[in-house]
Every structure is written in structure tokens, then in C-alpha cells.
Ligand binder design. Structure first.
Ligand code: ADP
Ligand code: ZN
Ligand code: ZN
Length: 824
């Protein structure tokens, strides 16, 4: 560290070159890399986790680079030594390269990327401890010869500890001169080690285990040999509690066995994992399409990318399972990324049924302790399958053989905040490159980016694989569109068309089940005419305007949040002069009220973010529904994901319009994906299914594409539009988000930042905005944004963030979103 320092390090006694190490320091005050020296008796490699003095504290850090020449402007006498190596070779070099790539591409400080990738508080200032490595010490005379007086004193203190270890802070109070040096002395001769106590609450969970030591013990009482025999029959090792329980013996009996040297009783780590019970499962006989896909995948060597495009119910998951099985057998591991794990308990179950406890689940709903354990299990390096959400793309699996991104089109793979705003698909692509393993992107409705990426530039390492049909020759459910304008004309003011009402009635009569889809509450703010379907759009930007109202009595205004265009909401429809010009939004609750009124007998289950907040609630609700405890499952976006229930024959989409007119250039793509995915929940069993889609704009191209269920056709048309406007995948975007508690400050700041961006001589982007964000005030902060549009063939280069931050003003915070997914 370059700051004034009291501890001047003597150069190595042997006259060797001093080694310096550049350290990424985990402290809020740290910026960039800091240089430390490496003490003589200490070996540091890049990727080690260290403790280093920083200011007046000892903090965690990561060794990045070793050098034997000191960076030129530094004075060797000013440099402090590192304190200790806490964990050797924690980060393999490729892992490190991955994090660096994320940091660079997403304009995020490396330390922030490290924090996103590591389990919470792994590097945090956790307690440092010292422990004795062995209870059998050399005799006193030998020790006296081997150790310094301080070394002996430390050893004595540690021997007094019940657990054989003490906290560093405790040892500091024991009047040992040069504690760090003394600990190093003992470490060198293998008597002690230092370690980080995992942050509070996430220590490894320990439990007493009984282990058999010798097979034919002599002189046991009857009771003792009974217990001993039991232990042997159970494989020679049991938890103490379990042994006592099964043998009905007292703990004195087991202690006696230990005293006779027949068994040991010692704490062992229990890995916390979700409790689960699933029956075993065998590989299925594949369909011809599945076989062809699997053959291509298993034939891949090294880095390759596969787009597995299979309609809903075509058996993609079975292909993943059979692709992973041989890898595990070869000692490799696989990483399976899914959008939201709570929503897909069925997927996890299927993996567990196939691979048992070699499956680890890693997601944000895990407790810190569970997450910490999962990490430890990964680092132990056994072949395993990690199923996880976005951040699991950083799971430190050694020997990675395959990465799968299931439902790769899903926007939850993109982190919106905090930085780094990474997309797991992008990171997975880099990771598969760096680790030289294949990546499978699976979806029934691939993202346009992925489609374009795989299809247009055919290179040998990119493969498009298609599963065009459902397993078992099941038909795709027909999609029937109901024009809600006609319902209004026909005198039906209910939110349910007559057709949907009779389909629900029929469900009850025939004992089948249905799913009712409602777009996410408060998500849609577009304004449309209930008489003619006309949608208010920005005259400049080709996106629908969003409805704003600061308080209930205020005037409604419509705004484009791309360019800032604003107008008052007209009282009549500009197209047909109807007064039914309204903004949309209907919640689950309202729908349920209406259903209760129409169908008092109907058994309903509500499946949305309100009813699924608690851990395990998704699974419980789905189980209830699967058991037939309800006729209708009513829910939001969550319903689109991975529900595979054979008894569902009806899918009702209450209003497609809510998804159709989001204020985003990706609106059509998202709507198409969502509607097709929801539709795909019907008819997965032996009974054929049907989908009823209600809308005020049946002529909308997305609705027409959903009816035809033709992805390729939709994509071709949509890509044409994107190309015209240079939107992704024909251009790249960077979104700068500014926010401030002061409305004026953020507006001024945005203008200043925009002018710096405009004046940059190296600029290769087009600037859109600045404009207020669609939701202009969130958590008392006013938000503005600037969008930068880049052509495909240039680097995503912008002026330095520090520069932009400095002009935006002190009250304004500025964040950068590369390849933004939501522009709200
Ligand atoms: P997807 O992931 O494409 O939606 P799934 O893998 O979930 O499709 O398969 C749909 C259903 O078909 C599942 O219930 C699955 O167990 C079953 N299935 C998949 N492949 C086969 C097969 N080859 N033979 C029989 N059943 C299969
Ligand atoms: Zn109208
Ligand atoms: Zn506009």
C-alpha cells in the first residue's frame, strides 16, 4: 500500500528479490489495485484470498498479480507486507479472466463484480482465527529447540483452547510480541494454521459423528458389542444421534467404545441442503428429433454453442438430462441456468430424480448458510450438476463440461441493478469459451439475438437444433382469438368473453383443469380505445405512449420515454371518437372477484407474487393444483414458466393487450414469447387442449403470429423492423440512467452528460434523449435516461465514467446498463 506506513519491511534475509503483489482490496475506501510486499516465509499466487492491512484495519483482498519489479513511482520503504494468505488458489486463472471480462464489458469496478459473483460476505471482514493442526506435539525438549520463546508461548495458549483455536483478536491481547511473525513461524513448521471464520451465522454446520476404528474389538460388554455391530452393519459411520436412536443405547455406551479405542466421536460437517423426496427415474427412449439433437451435442468437443429450439413439451429437458449423464460419469460437472428456480420446482425434481444428490440448487432464496454450503460443495470438486438462477453463472465449478441456459429468452437472466448489469447468457458465452466447453441455449421462443447469432453467421462451432413436435405426437393446442370490441358491441361488459365463460363452465362439468393468465399488475400503462382498439403512440418513436398521473386528481398525460415527447391524454379516441379511451391494468384480485360473481362454485387458486412470497409456496400451490384441488389456476407472468401438468386442457388469456403494448422496442418479441409460452401450458396430456386469447386488437401482428404458432415467420417480420431502426440485434445499446432526489438536478445533469457524450470526438453512437424515464419517480428519486445506439461493427466505447459522473453533479447518481433489456 502506498500510503505512509510505519512498518518498514526488511528485505529478505537471504538476499532474494523481494516479491510484490498487487491486491484488489475489499474495502469501501479502496480504489484500484494496491501494492504490498510478500514476506519471506510466505508464498502467494494470483487468485489467493489474502488479508492485508488497509488504513488502520485488516481487510480481505484478492491477489491479482505478482511482480518482482516495483511499479516505478513507489518507494519500497513505504510498502506494507500482506498479512496472510487465507485461501490459496481460490480463483483459477480462467475464472479470473471471466470476472475481468464482465468488469470491462459492463463498465463496473472489478471488486463489484467479485461481490456479485461470490456468496455474500465471503470476503467480508470475517473473523480471523488461528488453530492447532495436531494434538500430538513433539516433546518439550524438541519444541524448545524448534521454536522461539514467543512461538512456545503461543503454542501453550492454543493448547488451552477447548476447540484448539482462538480468534486473532483474543491472541492479540495475550502479550505475544509480533503475533503475525510468530504465527508465521508456527505455520512454517506445520503446527498451526490461520483461517477465516465464516461470517456469523454461516459457519459450517457440525454434528457429532461416530466412526468405527477397528473391526474386531476385544473385551466389550454385550451392550457395547451390540452397538458396535449395528455401526458396522450401517457401513461403519453414523451420526451420534442416529446411532443412539436406532440402538436405544445411552451415550455412555458409545463413550465407553470410544475410550476403548473402537470408535471415534468427532464433529463432522453437515451440508445444509433443501429437503426433498423424489422417486428415481430412468432415461427415456428418445424421439428421433431428440436423438438427433443429443447426437450433435454429445459429439461436440471444446467450445461450441447450440440453440436448442423446441416447441413447448418437445422434450428439451430430457435432452439436457441425457447430455449431462455421460459427463458426470467422466468426472465432469454441468451448470444449468434457469430463469427463476422457485417457479420451476418440477425441473429441479426431474434432475434430482435422475442424478440424486449430485444435484445442487443455487439461487437467491437460499439462506446465506445454504449458499455458503453449496459453494463449499462445489469447491470440493466432485462431479455435480448445479441448477441455479442468473448469478449461478459464476458458480466456481471445477472441471466444467457443459453449460445449459434453459428458457434462454427470459429477461430475468439480465440483472437490472445493482451493477454489474450483466446478462447471464453473455457471461455463459464467455465462460464456455474460457473453459472450452459447450453451451446449450434452450427455448421454445428463442431471443432474437440468439436466433440471429446462431443462424446468420454459420460457423462450425454454432449449431441450430430443432424439436418441432411435442413428445408422443401430441398436438399443439389451437389458439382461438376473441375480439373484445365485439363483446362490448354485443352488450357483454364483463372482462370475460362469452366463449371463455362457456369454456370455464365446461371445465367444471367435465372435471378438467384450466389456467387463466393475467399480465403483471401495474405493468402496462398504455392507453387504448375499448371501442376500436386504437393505441396511443409516439409520433417520433414507434412505441406506445405511457400514461402518467402524479396524483388522482391531476391531469393525465401521455409520454414517450425514449424521446420525451409529451401530450395531454385526449378525452376521445383520435381514431373513432369513442369516449372509451382508457389506460389498461387489471389485477389478479379484480379478476377473481369477477369470477366469483359469475361462477360461485368454481374452485380457484391464485398464483402470483402475493400468494407465493414465502419459501416453498410455489411448490405447495402447484402441488395443490396438480392434485385437483382447484379447477382454475389464476396468475401472472409466473405461469409462463415450466409448468408441465397433463390435466390442463384450457388456457385463457384475459387480455393480450397488456403484454402487447409495452413501451419498449422489444414489446412485440416479449409479447409473442409470453403468449406462446402461456399457450404451451395447455394440452400436454392425452386430452387435447385449447387456448382462448382475448384482445381488443385481434389484427395485431403478434396476435396473428401466436394463432399460427409460427416462430420463424414472426421472427423474420420482426427482424425486418429492427433492422430498419438499427435496434438489437442490428445495433447495440447502452443506457445511462440518472437519478436524484432533486428533479431539477437530474434534468440538468442529464443534459450535461448528453453534451459531453455529443462532444466526444471518438463517438460512434447516436444519442437518444435525454428523456425522463417511463416511471419518472421511484423511491423519491427522479429518473432520467440517455440511450446510446451503436452500429454493430464498432466497440461499445464511451467517455470515461468518472468524467460523466463528475459533470452530472453531486446530487445525481449515474449508472450504466450495457445491452439493456428493460428501458422503463
Ligand atoms: P420441454 O422441456 O421441451 O417443455 P419436457 O422435457 O418437459 O419438454 O418434456 C415434456 C414431457 O414429455 C415431460 O413430461 C417429459 O417427461 C416427457 N418426455 C420427454 N421426452 C420423452 C420421451 N422421449 N419419451 C417419453 N416422454 C418424454
Ligand atoms: Zn377508437
Ligand atoms: Zn418518442
Amino acid at each position: 500500500m502506498t500510503s505512509a506506513s510505519q512498518s518498514v519491511v526488511p528485505n529478505s534475509v537471504t538476499g532474494d528479490v523481494t516479491v510484490w503483489v498487487q491486491v484488489l482490496v475489499d474495502s469501501p475506501g479502496a480504489q484500484g489495485l494496491y501494492t504490498y510486499s510478500v514476506p519471506d516465509n510466505c508464498v502467494v499466487r494470483s487468485g489467493d484470498i489474502l488479508t492485508v492491512p488497509f488504513g488502520t484495519q485488516l481487510v480481505g483482498g484478492i491477489a491479482l498479480q505478482l511482480c518482482d519489479v516495483l511499479p516505478n513511482d513507489l518507494d519500497p520503504s513505504q510498502i506494507k507486507p500482506i498479512d496472510a494468505v487465507m485461501r490459496s488458489a481460490f480463483f483459477p486463472p480462467v475464472y479470473w479472466a471471466l470476472l475481468e471480462r464482465v468488469a470491462t464489458y459492463y463498465y463496473t469496478p472489478l471488486m463489484q463484480v467479485v461481490r456479485a459473483a461470490l456468496p455474500p460476505r465471503l470476503l467480508a471482514k470475517s473473523q480471523r482465527r488461528v488453530r492447532l493442526l495436531s494434538a500430538d506435539l513433539p516433546d518439550a525438549a524438541q519444541l524448545a529447540e524448534l521454536l522461539s520463546p514467543m512461538g512456545l508461548k503461543l503454542l501453550q495458549i492454543l493448547q488451552n483452547s477447548k476447540t484448539g483455536d482462538y480468534a486473532w483478536q483474543f491472541l492479540q491481547r495475550q502479550k505475544i510480541k509480533g503475533l503475525a511473525k510468530t504465527v508465521r513461524e508456527l505455520t512454517k513448521v506445520g503446527l498451526v494454521e490461520t483461517f477465516f471464520e465464516p461470517p456469523q451465522g454461516i459457519r459450517p454446520k457440525l454434528q457429532q459423528a461416530v466412526t468405527m476404528l477397528q473391526s474386531s474389538p476385544a473385551q466389550l460388554t454385550d451392550r457395547q458389542s451390540e452397538v458396535f455391530e449395528l455401526l458396522r452393519r450401517r457401513g461403519g459411520e453414523m451420526w451420534l444421534t442416529e446411532l443412539l436412536h436406532v440402538s436405544h443405547a445411552s451415550s455412555a455406551v458409545v463413550k465407553a467404545l470410544a475410550n476403548k479405542g473402537c470408535v471415534t466421536i468427532a464433529p463432522q460437517e453437515v451440508l445444509r441442503s433443501e429437503q426433498y423426496e423424489v422417486a428415481g427415474d430412468q432415461a427415456k427412449l428418445l424421439t428421433l428429433d431428440q436423438q438427433a439433437a443429443l447426437a450433435t451435442i454429445t459429439g461436440l468437443s471444446g467450445n461450441a454453442e447450440v440453440l436448442l429450439h423446441g416447441v413447448t413439451g418437445s422434450g428439451k429437458t430430457e435432452v439436457y438430462l441425457q447430455a449431462i449423464a455421460p459427463l458426470l460419469a467422466q468426472g465432469q460437472s454441468a451448470l444449468v441456468l434457469v430463469p427463476e428456480i422457485g417457479l420451476t420446482p418440477q425441473l429441479t425434481d426431474r434432475f434430482r430424480a435422475r442424478f440424486g444428490d449430485r444435484v445442487c440448487v443455487y439461487h437467491s432464496a437460499l439462506s446465506d448458510g445454504e449458499r455458503y454450503d453449496t459453494w463449499r460443495k462445489m469447491l470440493m470438486g466432485q462431479p455435480q450438476v448445479v441448477i441455479g438462477t442468473r448469478s449461478a453463472v459464476f458458480a466456481p465449478l471445477p472441471n466444467l463440461g457443459l453449460i445449459v441456459l434453459d428458457e434462454e429468452h427470459d429477461s430475468s437472466f439480465k440483472q437490472d441493478q445493482p451493477a454489474p448489469c450483466y446478462h447471464a447468457r453473455m457471461v455463459a458465452q464467455w465462460r464456455s469459451e474460457l473453459e472450452n466447453c459447450p453451451l446449450i441455449l434452450g427455448s421454445a421462443t428463442p431471443a432474437l439475438e440468439s436466433w440471429q447469432h446462431i443462424r446468420t453467421a454459420p460457423v462450425p462451432q454454432r449449431h441450430y437444433l430443432s424439436l418441432p413436435e411435442r413428445v408422443g405426437g401430441r398436438a399443439m393446442p389451437p389458439v382461438k382469438v376473441v375480439d373484445m370490441r365485439q363483446e362490448l358491441i354485443g352488450g357483454n361488459r364483463s372482462m370475460f368473453s362469452r366463449r371463455l365463460q362457456s369454456a370455464i363452465r365446461e371445465l367444471q362439468a367435465t372435471g378438467k383443469q384450466g389456467i387463466l393468465f393475467i399480465h403483471r399488475r401495474g405493468y402496462s400503462t398504455h392507453v387504448s380505445c375499448r371501442s376500436c382498439g386504437f393505441v396511443m403512440e409516439c409520433p417520433h418513436c414507434d412505441v406506445s405512449l405511457s400514461h402518467h398521473q402524479t396524483h388522482p386528481d391531476a391531469m393525465s398525460i401521455l409520454r414517450c420515454h425514449y424521446c420525451g415527447y409529451t401530450q395531454a391524454q385526449p378525452s376521445r379516441c383520435p381514431s373513432c371518437d369513442s369516449t372509451y379511451l382508457k389506460h389498461f391494468g387489471s389485477g389478479t384480485q379484480k379478476v377473481i372477484q369477477e369470477l366469483k360473481r359469475l361462477f360461485p362454485e368454481l374452485r380457484m387458486l391464485r398464483f402470483d407474487s402475493d400468494t407465493t412470497r414465502t419459501k416453498g409456496a410455489h411448490r405447495a400451490l402447484l402441488n395443490q393444483f396438480a392434485k385437483g384441488e382447484a379447477d382454475l389456476l389464476i396468475g401472472t407472468q409466473m405461469l409462463t414458466k415450466g409448468i408441465d401438468l397433463p390435466q390442463v386442457t384450457l388456457v385463457g388469456i384475459v387480455s393480450a393487450d397488456g403484454v402487447l403494448h409495452l413501451q419498449d422496442f422489444r414489446a412485440s418479441e416479449r409479447a409473442f414469447q409470453t403468449l406462446l409460452q402461456v399457450a404451451g401450458r395447455a394440452g400436454r396430456g392425452d386430452e387435447p387442449g385449447q387456448v382462448i386469447l382475448q384482445t381488443y386488437t385481434p389484427e395485431h401482428p403478434v396476435v396473428e403470429a401466436v394463432v399460427r404458432q409460427n416462430y420463424a415467420e414472426f421472427v423474420t417480420a420482426e427482424l425486418g423492423l429492427r433492422e430498419l431502426l438499427d435496434y438489437p440485434p442490428y445495433g447495440r445499446l447502452i443506457l445511462l440512467r440518472l437519478s436524484s432526489p432533486e428533479a431539477e438536478a437530474v434534468e440538468k445533469g442529464a443534459e450535461k452528460v448528453a453534451s459531453v457524450l455529443a462532444a466526444d470526438p471518438a463517438a460512434q453512437y447516436e444519442i437518444l434523449g435525454p428523456a425522463p424515464a417511463a416511471i419518472t419517480r421511484v423511491a423519491r428519486r427522479y429518473r432520467w435516461q440517455i440511450m446510446l445506439k451503436f452500429p454493430l461493427d464498432v466497440a461499445l466505447q464511451i467517455p470515461s465514467i468518472e468524467r460523466l459522473r463528475s459533470v452530472s453533479g453531486s446530487l445525481v447518481s449515474l449508472s450504466i446498463d450495457v445491452d439493456p433489456m428493460t428501458i422503463l
